[in-house]
Design a protein around this ligand. Structure first.
Ligand SMILES: [Zn+2]
Ligand SMILES: [Zn+2]
Length: 369
């Protein structure tokens, strides 16, 4: 029996983000049907809507979701009805060269639900029979979603889902950049560029790792104030100093051990490299435009043994890391409540995206009934 759901969709690049009632596909043998409880509004959803990230359209948005399993496919053994789950936008096939070497964030499985795939059955259809793609094999900004078992992670039942959903993209990406990708060492000096949801999470990761100094950089005094609440020891407003790199070099007494870029602009990646001390590592986390690049001085890379590393999804191993982050929340090490600036109903999603575009929210969260 088909299920219908209010779903947040985009039909054309730079077109409006709208909410439509769609039919949700019944779960296939290796799929589960999830009743969504909450979905974070991530900048990547906006990037898919405005074409910065190219995805096949029409598209159901959402990849930062938490919900309860409603039905399971005939071959599903690891999930049962009533399980509390998070979505994961990396496929985690478990078999490719990346998954089998402990790097599921780099899984080379194609995004499964893309309608371009031969024989693909759409997860959502309109009443006119038109099929929809889903963001990152998820499409969880909807009241119900059918997901492959490889895109679902089980978590503790009693975890509040409005907080839990944040773990499945923004928090994992930021905290993971510090703990998994950079492997920040206790006592080290860290700089984090950009203090949105991901940057604030990177600051938390540095704090959890025991950094002795965490410098937050942004152009918004409001976000810099939040950065202090999440663990920044110092702040630099990039608009009010003449030279950001010089200001940070002075503040850190000769440079940082780690610089994490959460803006998505090549010029800021170059700044992250240029604030490093000898032996320091810059980590690029932000999603930049496809043609953007970062000019780095290669002699300084060699002579100072600086390095520059990419971090995708916080180098996450979702089945291990999602429950770990939730434990950190439970024990008071990881702040999630404070990340949620505002909550919205599914029908208020267009406003949530407008607020995101205006930089009003650390994180907006859509709550389903
Ligand atoms: Zn995201
Ligand atoms: Zn894989």
């Amino acid at each position: 029996m088909p299920t219908t759901a209010r779903a947040v969709v985009v039909r054309e690049v730079n077109g409006p983000i709208t909410v439509e009632t769609l039919q949700v596909k019944d779960p296939g043998p290796n799929e589960v049907l999830v009743k969504m409880a909450a979905c974070g509004v991530c900048h990547s959803d906006l990037s898919a809507a405005n074409g910065t990230i190219q995805m096949a359209l029409p598209l159901v948005l959402g990849h930062e979701g938490a919900g309860i399993v409603q039905a399971v496919g005939s071959a599903v053994t690891e999930f049962k009805v009533g399980d509390t789950v998070l979505s994961s936008f990396v496929a985690m096939c478990g078999r490719c060269r990346y998954c089998s070497t402990g790097r599921p964030q780099l899984c080379d499985q194609p995004v499964r639900a893309a309608l371009a795939a031969p024989g693909a059955v759409p997860r959502f259809t309109s009443d006119k029979g038109e099929g929809f793609n889903v963001f990152g094999a998820c499409g969880v900004m909807a009241e119900y979603a059918t997901l492959a078992v490889d895109s679902v992670v089980k978590i503790d039942k009693d975890m509040p889902l409005d907080k839990a959903c944040l773990v499945s993209c923004g928090v994992m990406t930021g905290v993971g950049a510090a703990l998994n990708t950079a492997q920040v060492q206790a006592g080290s000096i860290c700089v984090v560029f950009g203090c949105g949801g991901v940057g604030l999470s990177a600051i938390q990761g540095c704090r959890i790792a025991g950094a002795s100094m965490i410098v937050a950089v942004d152009t918004s005094d409001l976000k810099l104030q939040m950065a202090k609440d999440f663990g920044a020891t110092h702040t630099v407003n990039a608009k009010s100093v003449e030279d950001v790199v010089k200001a940070i070099m002075k503040l850190t007494g000769g440079g940082a051990d780690y610089a994490i870029e959460c803006v998505g602009v090549g010029a800021v990646v170059a700044q992250a490299v240029n604030v490093l001390a000898r032996g320091g590592m810059a980590v690029t986390v932000g999603v930049s435009a496809p043609t953007d690049s970062a000019p780095v001085r290669t002699l300084a890379m060699t002579a100072m043994e600086r390095s520059l590393k990419g971090s995708y999804f916080g180098s996450a191993r979702p089945r291990e890391d999602f429950p770990r982050l939730i434990k950190m929340y439970r024990t008071g090490q990881l702040k999630l409540d404070e990340l949620i600036t505002k909550t919205y109903s599914v029908d208020e999603a267009p406003q949530a995206f407008a607020d995101l575009a205006e930089g009003r929210n650390a994180r907006g969260v859509i709550l389903f009934d």
